[in-house]
Design a binder for this molecule. Structure first.
Ligand code: ATP
Length: 250
């Protein structure tokens, strides 16, 4: 994909605006030790847009998410954020730039309460007085978590843990939120809720990368889609085009 407009939100494109790119992978190869998982992948994500990364099991979706948050370092190619090459920087430096990763699975501290799980990232970045204000903001977005603020995170349902994981990613005012398989194993009604929240996070001005097996939900929210095929880009384009490639009824 070219650097500047292909992933622009459709409303911006309709107005003929050029939307700047927030994050780009340029000709990236990556893997784990001798195993190569990603082959010459290029993609770009426009500011304020939602990119869905789809593909079958093992296609490399999570590895793309990890590349975007600095957890995996490319063996060749570049990661560019806001026009700056950040390839090889430590994951905490990615986090400082406003890149937040809600990883696959139940990534919460099970033996801490809901409130403590949110306080922890906030205490790193906020002055004391601001922590409570930011917590309230998170609880407004996730009212279910507010009801359970004193409950141990390990005793929340799977869907609630996923919400907490997402809330942790956004309390830091992330400019770029990476959500990896948030719907995995959740009841359809909870998936609807999680996606409604992702929509709210986008409406709040964040840019999103969504890795998802739940293709229909992802396509409904996405402005642009990349379908991976054995570690390479098989398709890059609009959600409508992706529906055709995937053989889904429009
Ligand atoms: P899924 O939908 O099953 O989660 P995915 O599309 O997210 O799959 P990845 O998790 O990115 O795929 O994995 C891509 C390839 O890299 C797979 O072959 C996987 O086995 C391998 N892989 C992923 N993580 C590791 C790791 N930590 N160590 C070694 N190999 C890994």
């Amino acid at each position: 994909m070219a650097a500047d407009t292909p992933n622009a939100p459709p409303n911006a494109m309709a107005r003929g605006m050029t939307v700047p790119t927030l994050l780009e992978l340029r000709n990236v190869d990556a893997g784990y030790g001798p195993f190569r998982a990603i082959f010459d992948v290029s993609l770009s994500i426009a500011k304020g847009s939602v990119l869905a990364v789809l593909g079958p099991n093992g296609a490399g979706k999570t590895t793309i998410a990890r590349l975007c948050s600095g957890l995996v370092v490319p063996t060749s190619g570049a990661v560019v954020f806001n026009g700056v090459d950040i390839t090889g920087k430590a994951a905490y430096e990615f986090a400082r730039l406003g890149i937040a990763h809600a990883p696959e699975g139940r990534s919460v501290f099970a033996t801490l309460t809901v409130a403590e799980n949110l306080e922890l990232p906030l205490r790193r970045t906020r002055a004391r007085g601001e922590v409570e204000t930011e917590m309230q903001r998170a609880f407004e977005i996730f009212p279910k978590l507010a009801e359970r603020r004193r409950q141990l995170a390990g005793t929340l349902s799977g869907g609630e843990q996923r919400m907490l994981s997402l809330a942790r990613a956004i309390v830091e005012d992330a400019a770029f939120v990476i959500a990896d398989e948030l719907s995995l194993g959740l009841a359809p009604i909870i998936v609807d809720e999680v996606y409604a929240m992702l929509g709210r996070i986008r409406d709040g001005g964040a840019t999103l990368l969504i890795v998802e097996q739940h293709v229909r939900h992802a396509l409904a929210l996405a402005d642009a889609v990349v379908i991976l095929d054995r570690g390479a880009v098989g398709y890059a384009g609009t959600p409508a085009g992706a529906r055709e490639v995937l053989g889904l009824a429009i």
